[in-house]
Design a protein around this ligand. Sequence first.
Ligand SMILES: C[S@@+](CC[C@H](N)C(=O)[O-])C[C@H]1O[C@@H](n2cnc3c(N)ncnc32)[C@H](O)[C@@H]1O
Length: 274
Amino acid sequence: MDQVATFYSGQGNLVGAVGSALDAAGIDRAALRAADLAPLDEFHIRGRAATLEIIEALDLTAESHVLDLGSGLGGPARTIAELTGCRVTGVDLTPEFCEVAAALSTWTGLADRTTFQVGDATDTALPAESVDAALTVHVGMNIPDKAALYAEASRVLRPGGRFVVYDVLQGEGGDVLYPVPWAMDDSTSFLATPADMRALLVGAGLDIVAEADSSDESFVWFQQMRARIERDGPPRITFAAFLGDSFGQMAANQVKNLAEQRIRTVMFVCARPR
Ligand SMILES: C[S@@+](CC[C@H](N)C(=O)[O-])C[C@H]1O[C@@H](n2cnc3c(N)ncnc32)[C@H](O)[C@@H]1O
């Protein structure tokens, strides 16, 4: 797990780096909205569009308390809190990511509805049945013991509550080409197949309500990103603020991984039985 946190925080002083990236882009921190940060903090394929789909599936009200397992820089948590008015708790292994997430929530005026704590998504120490809904977005790829991850989601969820998993899965086209945005090599990358996922989620006591494979849209998303960069230059703020110089190679590998069906992006909407 140390290796995973080191991969994500490798650049050091992330709050400073993200603040400088915003300043260099001429972005006024006092006037920030969650959506302005999407190219930076929605750290998953298809970005904010995927988070909007997750919000639809989670069935939330303004009174809901939501748990985000592996919350990263907090983009999905802030988008959910801003659009639904609910409260979101994020748990993430990487302390620097939790620090940046808290800073970005302060700058966007969402600190009262989003909190971020350092912890392991397979063992959050939250009370049983204490949240109304839960999500985990592009995190399972770093976790070998996925049975423990989904058992934890099931444990903390109230009966009838929704749990959405949106992850990168192993495709049928062969081994993943590294580096990718979640790992430099296969020592911290553990992809499940769609069939593995169904068995894991049901094994955790969850009902699968819906399953959607968005791999084709993910490929188009990367192509459009590449075309935009060629046309307009790199976005003012990007994942490169924390992934460093390797990001270009990672993005190129992702286009190939998707084109050759080495990876798939799939969303599972689950419910804890009443
Ligand atoms: C690709 S990022 C996705 C972040 C966020 N979910 C998003 O979509 O913007 C993966 C995140 O998973 C976190 N992570 C990996 N293993 C974890 C674990 N065992 N417990 C908690 N967080 C973990 C990493 O620290 C990182 O922030």
